[in-house]
Design a protein around this ligand. Structure first.
Ligand SMILES: Cc1cc2nc3c(=O)[nH]c(=O)nc-3n(C[C@H](O)[C@H](O)[C@H](O)COP(=O)(O)O)c2cc1C
Length: 144
């Protein structure tokens, strides 16, 4: 029997200060490290950034997700990390992405506002974040 997959969803507050170009460069560094490490660790997922907050979904074997998340939690480029869910799943939803990215400012900001309003209830927020990221990733990155 194959190992079960887990999905972890969280959001956090951006601590990278400076003009848009500098923040963008830092996010590109995060994505490069994520893609390098996650490929080796068999972790897939998606990252959302809107200048104020990050939201991320990590999926893969539990060990790999936990090890990756422990490293992410120590990262000083964000703070106030709030876990929305850690749940077993039968299939990966971002199977072809070591770390997909949704960061087009306008769309992401609007979507995030909707998420904030819905985040009172955690389970609902996790489902909503998942739907939001999945939709944005398919739109922004295409089905490549
Ligand atoms: C919001 C955010 C998301 C991140 N996501 C990942 C990730 O999915 N995988 C990963 O390896 N590192 C991720 N990182 C970076 C890690 O915190 C850490 O800097 C990196 O794993 C170190 O990799 P290196 O030792 O190969 O340079 C993330 C950092 C931030 C701030």
């Amino acid at each position: 029997m194959s190992e079960p997959f887990y999905r972890l969803a969280y959001f956090s507050r951006n601590m990278v200060v400076g003009p848009f170009e500098m923040q963008d460069a830092e996010v590109q560094r995060i994505l490069a490290a994520s893609r390098r490490n996650n490929t080796v660790a068999e972790v897939t997922g998606a990252l959302l950034f809107n200048g104020r907050c990050f939201a991320q979904i990590l999926e893969g074997p539990l060990d790999a997700v936990e090890t990756t998340f422990e490293r992410i939690q120590r990262d000083q480029r964000h703070s106030d990390i709030t876990v929305l869910e850690l749940t077993p799943v039968t299939l990966r939803s971002f199977a072809t992405w070591s770390m997909a990215f949704a960061g087009k400012p306008e769309e992401t900001r609007m979507s995030f506002n909707a998420l904030n309003e819905a985040s009172v209830e955690r389970t609902g927020a996790a489902a909503q974040l998942f739907e939001l990221l999945h939709g944005l990733v398919l739109r922004e990155e295409g089905a490549a």
